[in-house]
Ligand binder design. Structure first.
Ligand code: UTP
Length: 272
């Protein structure tokens, strides 16, 4: 039964400095809603309501966002502004939230391993909130459907121009169904000539708990960090792991261009 979703959110967000000096990158708003709230909404839509955050120093705003603010509630109750809080109130009442801290930022793989105490022996979703996605149904919902069929770890992939492969983890594998690839290996940030395909991993995963064993044994990889890509690649050597070409659109909101593009797209969708 898939009910848990982990949000690694301990990174420094250096590409958004100085905005992220005292504020988590995950709280940057796309129009009027923080990135992390979009991610949690996508998880809820997919039925994943046990939400776990891997947070770190300077990330208190995330905890406060997913909690009741009594003073604010008192202030706006019965006014024309009350509806602004309707969505977040609904989220708070329909989920459980748990937090753990990553003390040293040793990479995404290390962040996931840090979240193990929130996950236990269960399969779980992973959302990197700075990969902002517009999809109908949401990408996690699409992946949960696939998990019901295959029961194995799944990574969401999209085609990228070959010249950009060094920005991503890239999969190697064979297409076993339309848009579904059995992964034989993965490389983090390969140069275009070393890239086994142009299918890049994006920030949506469903992982089975045996991934923690690979993570425990994982040595630092690209950038000296414990890479989730390397651990999943090791896992794929002895286990079925799927790359799933999702339907929808992704914006890399870890970069200024992606962030502005996402903001414009959402704003255009809101204005009549
Ligand atoms: P990024 O590679 O985007 O790093 O992490 P970052 O620190 O957030 O941003 P930049 O590169 O400095 O601008 C991808 C995801 O992994 C999390 C981040 O919070 C983000 O959601 N992460 C990364 C951790 O939780 N811990 C880490 O040690 C590294």
């Amino acid at each position: 039964m898939l009910t848990k979703c982990l949000f690694p959110a301990a990174g420094y967000g250096t590409r958004f400095l100085p905005a992220t000096k005292a504020m988590p990158k995950e709280m940057l708003p796309i129009v009027n809603k923080p990135l992390i709230q979009y991610g949690v909404e996508e998880a809820i839509e997919a039925g994943l309501t046990d939400i776990g955050f891997v947070s770190g120093r300077g990330k208190r705003a995330i905890e406060d966002h997913f909690d009741v603010s009594y003073e604010l509630e008192q202030q706006i109750v019965g006014t024309s502004k009350e509806h602004f809080l309707a969505d977040i109130r609904k989220i708070i009442s329909s989920c459980s939230f748990a937090y753990t801290r990553q003390h040293e930022m040793k990479g995404l793989g290390h962040a996931i391993l840090t979240g193990r105490n929130l996950i236990g022996d269960n399969p779980f979703g992973v959302v990197l909130a700075d990969d902002f996605c517009i999809a109908q149904p949401g990408i996690l919902s699409q992946m949960v459907n696939l998990f019901v069929r295959y029961g194995c770890s799944i990574v969401a992939v999209e085609e990228v121009p070959k010249k950009d492969t060094q920005k991503y983890g890239v999969i190697d594998g064979e297409e076993i169904d339309r848009g579904v690839f059995r992964i034989s290996g993965m490389i983090e940030k390969p140069e275009p000539e070393q890239a086994p395909s142009n299918l890049a991993i994006i920030g949506r995963y469903i992982l089975t708990p045996d991934i923690f064993i690979n993570l425990e044994n994982q040595v630092p990889g690209a950038g000296g960090e414990i890479q989730l890509t390397d651990a999943i690649s090791a896992h794929a050597k002895d286990n079925m792991v799927i790359g799933f070409k999702f339907t929808g659109r992704r914006f890399d909101c870890g970069t200024l261009n992606g962030f502005v593009e996402a903001t414009n797209t959402v704003f255009e969708g809101m204005t009549p």
